[in-house]
Design a protein around this ligand. Structure first.
Ligand SMILES: Cc1cc2nc3c(=O)[nH]c(=O)nc-3n(C[C@H](O)[C@H](O)[C@H](O)COP(=O)(O)OP(=O)(O)OC[C@H]3O[C@@H](n4cnc5c(N)ncnc54)[C@H](O)[C@@H]3O)c2cc1C
Length: 413
């Protein structure tokens, strides 16, 4: 079946794609179709909270169909399986069924995945944190590991190994460490204890972050939660019950989480017609148009600009969505789109009971380090900003008011 009823097709309704669909629809772009393989949108920077036991509802999960109805675009739940840039069609899979769609402009916003880096045993034995179902599977495995270790005679600590000290690895370590405390306090009859090992191949903890005090602050918070940090240790193999490093060190593990970086979506790896780099990301120019086909734009983790390797963050994806909405409208009218410039506003991290930490960059790249309540408020504000784009003012104000009263209650508890 082939349908021709969209000017703009956006594939991927994540941090960037969902914002772009709403922005285009709100700006009056009439025929926008958003396609995602999942029925609901969850803001990915909070996936580690889902993995540590938060309910989907707590994470502000939104049904794409509700969003589409509210702003007047079309949502279709399907997986992109092929792109034909010459015919200007895409192929979609819905279960066993196959469809084709025509586009005038295609926007690829498929995000990225964690690469196994060719390390033995990762695919078989390690968990990754790329999507909501991964987070839920991770939580099940985590609670089973805690229960099984506590049921041993004598009871022992559950061993968790997390590989990689990017945002995913460090925030997950903080939340799992915090969660184990909660379980132990709530159920005084069990002796659940937990040992978390966070392993980094580089000699530097959190090598992707250039601010040494922020790295030190994150390390102190994690160590305060009892997390053991190993730097300069490259994992050579993952087994069912442990990991082995290149120097032969073995760490026992009831659960291994692989969070060693990010590459583009698997589809890009098999794609011969659109230009990609060695991290399976689609190559785009300054205007975020594919270097191979001007009708195809890309944003977020799935794309790369050769001269500006933007970090794989929601901040980048969101700024690109804001930039692209008017540029795509202009392009449909025959104008040349303007180039995207990333404004680095810093980084915010949350470690559960270990607190929050951040670095805010001002307009002249001057940096302010924040922590405690201020950092927590800024962390939540980032998500509120995303919700403001998706839901509009009223729902966001209600949510922000909820946060405020929660914080007040927590202070007076
Ligand atoms: C645990 C964790 C913590 C993080 N913390 C932070 C943080 O504190 N700050 C920050 O800025 N960033 C953070 N990030 C990174 C941030 O989440 C990503 O950079 C951001 O979500 C990328 O946005 P995106 O729009 O490119 O893709 P995504 O948000 O990944 O969305 C991609 C969408 O595409 C859909 N999709 C994928 N393949 C297909 C297909 N074949 N067909 C149809 N649909 C498809 C997916 O279902 C998904 O909805 C964190 C990430 C993780 C995992």
């Amino acid at each position: 079946m082939r349908e021709q009823d969209s000017d703009v097709i956006i594939v991927g309704g994540g941090a960037g794609g969902a914002e772009l669909a709403v922005r285009l629809a709100r700006a009056g772009c009439a025929r926008v179709r958003l396609i995602d393989q999942a029925p609901t949108h969850v803001w990915k920077p909070r996936l580690h909270e889902l993995a540590a036991g938060a309910a989907r509802g707590e994470l502000g999960e939104i049904r794409y169909r509700d969003l589409a109805e509210r702003w007047g675009f079309v949502f279709e739940q399907a997986a992109l399986t092929d792109i034909d840039p010459t015919a200007k069609t895409i192929a979609l899979a819905v279960g066993e069924a196959r469809h084709e769609r025509d586009y005038r402009v295609l926007v690829l916003a498929l995000g990225g995945v964690t690469p196994d880096l060719g390390v033995d045993g990762v695919a078989e034995h390690a968990l990754m944190l790329d999507r909501s179902p991964d987070a839920e599977a991770l939580y099940k495995r985590f609670t089973k590991a805690l229960d099984d270790a506590a049921a041993q005679t004598p009871p022992r600590a559950a061993q968790v190994v997390i590989v990689g000290t990017g945002l995913t690895g460090v925030e997950l370590a903080g939340y799992l460490a915090s969660h184990a405390d909660v379980v132990a306090r709530a159920d005084t009859t069990s002796a659940q204890t937990l040992a978390i090992h966070l392993v980094e191949a580089s000699a530097t903890f959190m090598p992707g972050f250039d601010d040494a005090p922020t790295r030190r602050g994150a390390r102190t918070r994690l160590e305060g939660l009892g997390v053991t940090i190993h730097t300069g240790q490259t994992i050579a193999g993952v087994e069912a019950d442990g990991v082995v490093t290149e120097d032969g060190t073995r760490l026992d593990s009831d659960m291994t989480v692989w969070a060693a970086g990010r590459v583009g979506p698997p589809l890009a790896a098999h794609d011969q017609r659109l230009a990609t780099n060695d991290k399976q990301q689609w190559r785009v120019g300054k205007t975020l148009q594919s270097v191979a086909h001007a009708d195809i734009f890309a944003l977020g983790d799935c794309c790369v600009h050769d001269d500006n390797p933007w970090p794989a963050t929601a901040q980048v994806a969101s700024q690109q969505a804001e930039h692209l909405a008017p540029q795509i409208m202009a392009y449909l009218d025959g104008d040349t789109p303007k180039g995207f410039v990333f404004k680095d506003k810093g980084v915010l991290m949350s470690f559960g009971d270990g607190g929050d930490l951040g670095l805010i960059r001002g307009p002249r790249a001057d940096a302010i380090r924040i922590h405690g309540h201020v950092s927590h408020a800024a962390y939540r504000a980032l998500e509120r900003q995303h919700q403001w784009v998706l839901l509009g003012t009223r729902a966001t104000v209600e949510g922000a008011a909820g946060d405020f009263f929660d914080a007040l209650r927590a202070r007076h508890a």
